[in-house]
Design a binder for this molecule. Sequence first.
Ligand SMILES: Nc1ncnc2c1ncn2[C@@H]1O[C@H](COP(=O)(O)OP(=O)(O)OP(=O)(O)O)[C@@H](O)[C@H]1O
Length: 240
Amino acid sequence: MLQIQHLIKYYGKKQILHDVSFELDPGDICAFIGSNGAGKTTTIKSALGLIPFDGGKILIGGHDIEKEPLEAKKLYSYVPDNPELYKFMRGIEYLNFIADMFELDYETRRDRIEYYADLFAIRDRLGESIDNYSHGMQQKLALIAALIHDPKLIVLDEPFVGLDPMATKSIRETFKKMAAEKGTTILFSTHVLEVAEKLCNKVAIIREGHLVFFGPTEEVLQKGSLEDLFMERMQSHEQA
Ligand SMILES: Nc1ncnc2c1ncn2[C@@H]1O[C@H](COP(=O)(O)OP(=O)(O)OP(=O)(O)O)[C@@H](O)[C@H]1O
């Protein structure tokens, strides 16, 4: 569903991504982990065609993000760590605006908005201006907007930061359900290794723009914890 092949990215003269490659299949939930500044956001934004890159190839659902950006972009939702919403709109207006873009019919949008707004306990606030929302409420709205059109691929930058425990639990359950029942592919960056262990069937670790591990979580846990592997990969790269 998502194929990242030999991705290279520079900012100015500085190389940020060094030949990053990994692939996710339908139904995969993958945690993307790495220290601050390792290149997670840069990988994600390059892969989604939101910033240009300098080498490599990205396919989303078989569509080349550079050659067929519209086809590729229809298939995914992206939730950045600080979503930029149209603050002059009310919550419900924003969700309807997104539903219009994806041409959802009246009943589908009503059912999905009600379902997710209840799940994230924000239904009674949808009539208010987004400007009045707290940071966590804005995150919830961005998540609902990402979920209502039922994308084949969901990519999120640190989705659990700033959310209350109930919302975190709801997201985890929603991701599991979507992956298992609909084959949705989910990729998210996180610093919370416990969540990655519990939720994800795949793990990608990046260090200074190099992918130092990609594989099944099960394989990691047979040998120890994700934290052990993370620490080991940080050290082995330093020694190399
Ligand atoms: N617009 C930019 N211009 C120049 N350098 C950038 C730009 N954006 C990111 N970088 C650099 O690219 C590197 C990777 O940054 P990136 O944001 O991808 O890291 P990250 O793994 O997402 O970090 P964090 O966990 O802190 O969010 C860092 O050295 C960062 O300073």
